[in-house]
Design a protein. Structure first.
Length: 88
């Protein structure tokens, strides 16, 4: 059985790095369990396609050899920051 690709995330927590898939939660507190407490980070906007790369190990499915992908932690996507262009 082929696994379906996961939806591209639209947000990343500024503290714990958790991904978010709902635009309505962008710029709100994360609140996921983190370090024994609730995360106090903010879900930052990462809507642009260039912020993300499909995980090369699992092909954006989150699964590798019927287990959670160890490269993307089951998310299927890797957050990348586009290189900033600087004037010379």
């Amino acid at each position: 059985m082929d696994s379906q690709k996961k939806q591209q995330p639209v947000a990343v927590c500024t503290v714990c790095g958790a991904y978010g898939h709902s635009r309505q939660h962008i710029d709100e507190r994360c609140g996921k369990p983190y370090g024994g407490n609730r995360c106090m980070g903010i879900r930052g906007n990462a809507i642009k396609r260039e912020n993300w790369k499909e995980c090369p190990k699992c092909a954006a499915t989150g699964q590798y050899k019927r287990e959670e992908c160890s490269m993307c932690y089951g998310n299927g996507w890797l957050y990348i920051r586009p290189a900033k262009v600087t004037a010379a």
